[in-house]
Design a protein around this ligand. Structure first.
Ligand code: FAD
Ligand code: EPU
Length: 347
């Protein structure tokens, strides 16, 4: 039995709950620790009289442009367990409110391989399937087995396997037809035991840093440390300067259009994609070519080392960041004919 009145809080400031650190209040707010609490909320008059709700993890992929006139559910579901699956692998189950990087470190400590390339990505475990987090040649979907979620339409607990999540580049069913319907409560991963895991060093900078550190036989821990070092040199630490990582996705364009762009811009970085007949273009490069790198507009800024990262150096409003993003989209479209899609959730 929960005391619902004690559970709900009113007009809560969200700035310290997002990595942009932008001021916005939630009209109604509750922290979620388990399924029973979700069910109690789902049955409550407060929930049923609100037509707007939002799940908040670590707030590292979210931009508030105004106060939220609804219910914000902040995820605090914890717990990590390891289950021996076979000689080769272990199933790791993590509560969705666990910090993603802490989970990675725990797996690295236990010499379990598969998510070390995803070191230092901010946020919670529960948000990791939402955009199929990815970095340095690895995506969440590569080790993801299944998840458990609370269904706001039926009040039931449901499960999704890998295929049912419809993962794509920074994409899943939870950003499309299932958007807002489920509260992901735990996630299962299959990780490999020592001797059965093949390290992924396909991303050029990894080998370069390993060579600089004179490491010829890297371990899972070495890869994790290398990724932490690369990321720390490129991306602003949200504790120091407000940001949400890449603000835009790298655009995936038709191969023939990509070739036309390459004819005029031979140095433009491009990559293969999971979609046949398409290539991915580095959005950071496009934005830098438009002259935005290190520039400010009002109180919003473009990071000096990574043009794909928009920042709040101090007093930016969500509207200012959004305005800067729109100006960048306009410039990139005018110069290259390419549409940049936002990765960050704009609320
Ligand atoms: P939030 O920002 O709180 O939420 C994101 C979305 O998921 C929202 O739509 C929210 O409603 C939904 N959501 C959150 N929790 C749940 C849940 N339990 N159930 C259902 N829906 C939920 N991302 C990458 O992929 N790769 C990177 O390399 C990377 N680097 C980053 C670097 C920096 C410095 C920063 C600030 C961000 C970076 N990101 C990166 C983006 C971000 O860290 C990820 O998207 C992360 O998974 C967001 O987690 P979160 O808990 O903060 O989610
Ligand atoms: N580049 C520029 N100018 C810039 C930034 C980048 O020319 O200002 C060029 C780089 O020189 C490089 C290319 O663009 O040739 C790619 O840059 P980088 O390796 O830094 O990666 P990214 O494409 O900008 C993506 C992800 C990151 C992820 C890294 C590493 C997206 C939208 N972003 O960034 O994810 O950490 O690769 O795998 O896919 C995030 O999603 O929030 C995020 C940080």
């Amino acid at each position: 039995m929960f005391y619902l009145h004690a559970m709900f809080q009113h007009y809560i400031q969200l700035s310290s709950f997002t990595t942009f650190g932008i001021h916005a209040k939630a009209k109604l707010f509750a922290e979620i620790h388990n399924h029973d609490q979700l069910l109690a909320i789902w049955k409550s008059s407060e929930y049923n009289s609100t037509n707007n709700k939002l799940i908040l993890g670590g707030g590292s992929n979210m931009l508030f442009t105004k106060d939220f006139e609804g219910l914000v559910l902040r995820n605090k579901i914890t717990g990590i367990s390891f289950e021996d699956e076979s000689e080769q692998s272990v199933i790791v189950t993590a509560g969705s409110g666990e910090n993603w990087h802490e989970l990675v470190l725990k797996c690295v400590e236990n010499k379990l391989g598969g998510i070390e390339n995803l070191s230092l990505i901010p946020g919670t475990v529960g948000a990791s399937p939402v955009q199929n987090i990815g970095a340095y040649g690895v995506e969440l979907k590569d080790t993801f087995v299944s998840l458990e979620a609370f269904d706001f339409e039926t009040g039931q607990i449901v499960h999704f396997n890998n295929e049912e999540c419809e993962f794509g580049y920074r994409d899943s069913i939870f950003k499309n037809k299932a958007k807002g319907r489920y509260f992901i409560s735990s996630v299962n991963f299959r990780l490999k035991k020592p001797g059965f895991h093949k390290l992924n060093m396909s991303y050029g900078a990894i080998n370069q840093v390993l060579q600089e550190m004179e490491i010829s036989m890297p371990t899972i821990r070495d890869i994790s440390n290398t990724i932490v070092s690369i990321r720390s040199s490129k991306l602003p630490n949200p504790k120091v300067i407000g940001n949400a990582g890449s603000f835009f996705k790298n655009p995936e364009v038709d191969e023939s259009f990509c070739q036309l762009l390459l004819n005029d811009n031979p140095l433009m970085p491009t990559y293969s994609t999971q979609i046949a007949g398409f290539r991915k273009i580095a959005a950071g490069w496009l934005i830098e070519q438009c002259g935005w790198k290190g520039k400010s507009l009002g109180n919003a800024a473009v990071h000096k080392n990574q043009a794909l990262v928009l920042t709040n150096p101090g007093n930016a409003t969500g509207e200012e960041i959004k305005h800067l993003a729109e100006e960048i989209q306009k410039s990139v479209f005018e110069k290259f004919g390419v549409n940049l899609e936002t990765e960050v959730n704009i609320i």
